[in-house]
Structures are given as structure tokens and as C-alpha cells.
Design a binder for this molecule. Sequence first.
Ligand code: BDR
Ligand code: CA
Length: 315
Amino acid sequence: MAATPIILDCDPGIDDAIAMLLALASPEVDLLAVTTVVGNTSLVNATRNALDVLEWAGRPDIPVAAGEAVAIGPPNDIPWNDAIGVHGETGLDGANLPRAQATTVDEHAVELIARTVLGRPGEITLVATGPLTNVALLLERHPAVGPALRDLVVMGGSLVGGNMSPQAEFNIWCDADAAAQVLALGLNPVVVGLDVTRRATLSEADVYGLEQLPTLGPGIHGMLKFYLERHIVWHGLNVVQQHDSLALAWVIDPTLLSLTPRAIRVDATDGEGRGETYVDEDPGAQPTARWADDLHAARFRELLLERLSALADAR
Ligand code: BDR
Ligand code: CA
């Protein structure tokens, strides 16, 4: 079967970097471009990290385009301050990657995505693993892009408690206005939230095992070791949750997730619930998303470890 062409819109970010590596390692997908957005770290850091990961992994030819440096809605100052404790000052602490020679393309993320998708209508899947700021602007400025996508996959949201507030998940919390806009468009995205990503984990032993891989092993291990230590500090967990690579993995193998049509809404008010995702209980409410409510966690873990190993061997 032909590889699915994808664009990854992300905020690397340790688990975003792992999602990038999973894409590069997987013949089922063809990573056409990486676009960046403020989120886990500043736009400058996220863009540098994307370039560094691609070049280190042997794919400096994949274009990187920078997107938005601030959210559409509040908190539109520097939401990434809140993620330093998880991803570090650089956004990719622990990895110690060599600095890339490649630079970004001379095109805004939104324009790159629009041009690429409209040039291949019905073919490209957009995977968003950061705040939805770029995606909301894309669909507002270029309304023809939504229907021209093969699919839209979003990592974000939760119906089982948040990681930024009691109910709000980080990506949605960072730009609740953007997320509300995207979900209101009727595109019916696949939404992969904490309901499943909290169960998509690598163990401490897995993280240490990755250090033994050739070439990329120390970098992968370094970033995941940092991430693991943060999971211990923040959540008392000695596993690392792989939020973003699980969303990417759905494109590789859709049978990894169970999806249910749900009328998901985003609280974009100024109240305490800002950034929460919830189900609209109105009996007439139409589904807005294909919500991931279950996963094959063991199969996902095997896929991720096998692909990271194959990528390191091939490098
Ligand atoms: C999401 O927030 C970020 O910290 C991760 O990269 C992931 O995209 C999980 O809530
Ligand atoms: Ca992310």
C-alpha cells in the first residue's frame, strides 16, 4: 500500500520529537514537511528543535516552516513557561543534539500547509501535536484546505482529567480559542486525548534499553530520561507517556485506537474551565470529532520500540 503523505504540525517538545522519529522510521507514512508552533517551548526553540531532530536523524531534506509565536486567544503571552518543567528550557532537554546546518524554508507554516494540501487534494493527512493555533489560522485563511485534507489528527483534550488544570489538557489549554474554532468546522477530526495517551507508555527499563541503540540511542535515551524524571516529579509515575507519537501511530495503524463519534466542545470562556474538553449532552448535538477512547497499549509500545530501533540501525 502507498505511504500516506503527512504534514506534522508540532511544538517539539520531547514527545513531539519522538513522534517525528516514529514518522521517519515508518514506511506507512511519508513525512512531507514539519511545521512549528509555540507550545511546549518558544517558537524559536520549537523550530530549532525540529531542524535538529530531522538532521540528526538523517533527513535534513524535509522542509521545516515556522508558524505562530503566540496563541490566538489568551494566555497569548508565553504559554510555554508552563512546560519548562516537563520539556526543559530548550524544549528538548537531555537530547544534546548537534546543531542543524539546515534552516527553515522562507514560507509561513500556514502557507506551506495550504499550498501543499491544495496541490494534492484528498491525499494529505495533517497531524497536529501542539496547540491548534496554526491549524485554526490555516482553516480560517484557507477554507478550502479542510475539505481537501485526507484526514486531520489532533493530539489534545481529555474526558478523564487534565494535566494543566483539573480538566484541561495542555495543547487545548494553550489555545482554547483555536481548538474551539477547529472543532466547530465540521471536519470531524480524529482526536487523541489523555484518555488514551496516559496509557501509551514506555517503562523505565524501555528508556534505559534505548540507550543501547547505535547512533541515535544516546539522544533518544537522553531526552526520554529527562522526560521520565519529570514524570516522576510531576505525576509520581516511573513511566513516560507518549502522547504525540500515539496520535502519529494512528496514521500508521488505525487499529491501534478505538474511535467513537462524540459531540466534543471546548470551553473557551474566561472562567476556571477554560481549556476543558467536554461532551455536549444535548440530544440533538452532532458529533464534532472521532474521539479516541481506547487503545492497544502493548501493540503501540512494541511498534514504537521496534521502529526507533530500526531507525537507529539504518542511520
Ligand atoms: C501534550 O502536551 C505537550 O506537553 C505534549 O507535547 C503533548 O503534545 C500532552 O498534553
Ligand atoms: Ca506536543
